[in-house]
Design a protein around this ligand. Structure first.
Ligand SMILES: NC(=O)c1ccc[n+]([C@@H]2O[C@H](COP(=O)([O-])OP(=O)(O)OC[C@H]3O[C@@H](n4cnc5c(N)ncnc54)[C@H](OP(=O)(O)O)[C@@H]3O)[C@@H](O)[C@H]2O)c1
Ligand SMILES: [Zn+2]
Length: 338
């Protein structure tokens, strides 16, 4: 079977299509024929900074989002069987810490997440497979597990309700678009930003209420303040947008942080936090139940995940370079069987 493996730390990424032997399932495992695997910025972090792979990790098959058909299961697996259409919840949890016992499971103290989706076949924990209704498109399903589940949990963590004003700096990528779509479903009003006017128009067509065309933090602060006091900031960018995201919040408003694309060590004014009684949350992924709810949203026609482009496995490097060049709106998806 073919895999797309990172072979160095170079950017643009160097990806080699390699032939590997056909895997067999160990206890509790299933083999999934991957029909679609979505790219997330976390796959690029493998090449950079604190998340960088070591030389010993290479070659490395990235990818945490996958949907496909169950090809084979181990003898002890009962929840799924050959031929089932499935999407993987990429959470890897210990099962014994207090959050695994009491929930939410995405807070597992020994958390990790799946890698290996950019392959024709993937070996996965069978208990982490969510069955797909016939009406849910397999490419749409592959878009959900990381970007949409993360955005969903962030909105929930902030207590987002109907009528809230939700601010999403960087509203055109995976988490950003998901946050706009899901906040809209919850009945919130949305503010989103982009450095690209055309991309912003596309997100407007998906329901964004207040587009702001800038990448400059100070311009952003002024433009958001002119719209109103923000209830919830969904911050996947980090860097200078953390300070802005906090300052535009109303008293007791909430900012949820899941990422750091624009900088890992943001600065903000502590007085703004405490005089404003503001709430600051960290959040990572979401639960398998969150993924099941989102599959249900798609089945019932409430959510239509945004797919920017599909690529054959041989173009995985191109897909990664396209994410780095920030040209597209929504999710980039590889089709390993093509
Ligand atoms: N903790 C978790 O569980 C979790 C889960 C998912 C994602 N994340 C994190 O969330 C972040 C977003 O992930 P993603 O997969 O959604 O990424 P993505 O699709 O690449 O995000 C693209 C968006 O980020 C903006 N952007 C990119 N680089 C920027 C920069 N240097 N300065 C300002 N804006 C920039 C783009 O703005 P333009 O429109 O202006 O181009 C676009 O709106 C990443 O840091 C990722 O690691 C964390
Ligand atoms: Zn645990």
């Amino acid at each position: 079977m073919r895999v797309a493996a990172l072979t160095s730390h170079e950017t643009p990424p160097e990806v080699e299509i390699q032939d590997r032997s056909t895997p067999s399932p160990g206890p509790g495992e299933a083999i999934v024929r991957v029909e679609a695997a979505a790219l997330n910025h976390r796959d690029l972090w493998k090449l950079e900074d604190d998340d960088r792979l070591t030389a010993d990790d290479l070659p490395f098959v990235p990818g945490g989002d996958l949907a496909g058909i169950v090809e084979e299961t181990a003898a002890d697996v009962s929840g799924v069987s050959e031929g089932d259409r499935v999407v993987l919840c990429p959470l890897e949890t210990c099962g014994t810490c207090r959050f695994c016992r009491e929930g939410p499971e995405n807070m597992c103290e020994n958390y990790s997440s799946y890698d290996g989706a950019f392959a024709e076949l993937a070996v996965v924990d069978a208990n982490r497979l969510v069955e797909l209704p016939e009406s849910v498109d397999i490419v749409d399903a592959a878009a959900l597990p990381i970007a949409y589940v993360t955005a969903f949990r962030m909105l929930e963590r902030a207590g987002t309700t109907a009528g809230d004003l939700v601010f999403v700096p960087g509203a055109t990528g995976g988490v950003g678009v998901a946050a706009i779509q899901l906040a809209t479903i919850l009945g919130a009003e949305t503010i989103g930003t982009s450095t690209d006017e055309a991309k912003l128009r596309t997100v407007e067509s998906l329901g964004l209420d207040h587009p702001i065309h800038t990448g400059d933090p100070d311009e952003m602060r002024t433009a958001v303040a002119a719209i109103g006091d923000v209830d919830v900031t969904i911050n996947h960018l980090g860097g200078p947008f953390t300070r802005v995201g906090l300052e535009v919040l109303r008293t007791n408003g909430a900012m949820v942080v899941c990422g750091r694309t624009a900088g890992q060590f943001p600065e903000f004014d502590a007085r703004n936090l405490y005089f404003g009684h503001k709430r600051l949350f960290g959040s990572t992924l979401g639960t398998q139940v969150d993924l099941e709810k989102l599959v249900d949203f798609v089945e019932r026609g409430r959510l239509d995940p945004v797919i920017a482009r599909e690529y054959p496995l041989s173009n995985t490097a191109r897909m990664m370079a396209d994410m780095q060049s920030r040209e597209m709106v929504g999710k980039l998806v590889v089709r390993p069987q093509q």
